[in-house]
Ligand binder design. Structure first.
Ligand SMILES: NC(=O)c1ccc[n+]([C@@H]2O[C@H](COP(=O)([O-])OP(=O)(O)OC[C@H]3O[C@@H](n4cnc5c(N)ncnc54)[C@H](OP(=O)(O)O)[C@@H]3O)[C@@H](O)[C@H]2O)c1
Length: 281
């Protein structure tokens, strides 16, 4: 690949930051999407002079437009060789009581935001000889567990968008790869405890009457997720492969837990799966 110019959204922390730094080391010109100038400056301190932070909130049309205009002015006719749609948040709690606006916000960031950025970047990706799109899904995009319904639903939707788009863009040679990590050690777990508890604390008493014991376990489950998480570098390697190999894979499963969960979802009949996940009714 001659043109090695990419945009990564959500590069302030975690997987996005790790991908930005790894690809910067691999000689890519990285536009690293952040929402705060300070995060961009911190990233620059760890990267080569080539890495360029760019302000982009994936839920804000004006911010996406501005970011794409800036990139267009920088890259000229060579365009963008890759887009890594990584920005994401997680909303957790019982679907019966979670405010629908919170679930909408989950979709605004993880689904519509990714789509809006992709639409805005496609002219630049077409300008490149072989543009590539890499979408950050999750094992939760393949198996939906209780109390993470909004997050799982957003990742299932991202999987479907990715499959349709891959087929639609095939004739232009633009590839779409989906990354499906298991638990990765990043700040998302702590952020989800914080934002999750703010939401859960506002739920009506009935939510606690019905789901109290499960709600109380949410922080511990999230802490456990972080503790057993593998380093984000594993995901960065998969992203780099999708951006550089002549024939990128459609799906990259990252981590043994993801391989197990996806295999389990594929092989196990629903009733047995339900019983194994949440016991007897
Ligand atoms: N960690 C895991 O176990 C795991 C597993 C599977 C998949 N994933 C996926 O990997 C991706 C990255 O997550 P992570 O674990 O690295 O979490 P993270 O450290 O919390 O990173 C999330 C990134 O998304 C950004 N972001 C949030 N809302 C945004 C918005 N509206 N516009 C633009 N950027 C926004 C955050 O920016 P701010 O700092 O400004 O909030 C941050 O840079 C997510 O899509 C997540 O679903 C994570």
């Amino acid at each position: 690949m001659t043109n090695k110019t990419i945009l990564i959204t959500g590069a302030s922390t975690g997987i996005g930051k790790c991908c930005a730094l790894h690809l910067d080391q691999q000689g890519f010109k990285v536009f690293a999407g952040v929402r705060k100038l300070a995060d961009g400056e911190a990233l620059q301190n760890e990267a080569s002079a080539s890495l360029q932070p760019i302000l982009v909130d994936v839920t804000d049309t004006a911010s996406i437009k501005q970011a794409v205009e800036t990139i267009t002015a920088e890259v000229g006719v060579t365009g963008l060789s890759g887009l890594v749609n990584n920005a994401g948040i997680a909303v957790a709690g019982p679907l019966e009581f979670l405010p629908v606006d919170e679930i909408r916000h989950q979709f605004e960031v993880n689904v519509f935001g990714q789509l809006a950025v992709t639409q805005a970047c496609l002219p630049l990706l077409r300008q490149s000889t072989n543009g590539r799109i890499v979408n950050m899904s999750s094992m939760s995009g393949k198996i939906a567990l209780p109390f993470v319904g909004p997050y799982s639903a957003s990742k299932f939707a991202l999987e479907a968008f990715s499959d349709s788009m891959r087929l639609e863009l095939r004739r232009w040679g633009i590839t779409v790869s989906i990354i499906e990590p298991g638990a990765i050690k990043t700040p998302i777990w702590q952020k989800t405890v914080k934002s999750g508890m703010e939401i859960l604390n506002k739920l009506p008493p009935k939510a606690y009457e019905f789901y109290g014991s499960a709600i109380k376990k949410v922080p511990q489950i999230l802490e456990n997720g972080n503790d057993r998480g593998i380093p984000p570098e594993k995901v960065a390697l998969a992203v780099a492969h999708a951006l550089t190999t002549p024939t990128p894979k459609v799906r990259y499963i990252v981590g043994n837990d993801a391989r197990f969960a996806i295999g389990f979802a594929w092989l196990t009949p629903y009733r047995l799966r339900d019983w194994l996940v949440s016991g007897r009714r």
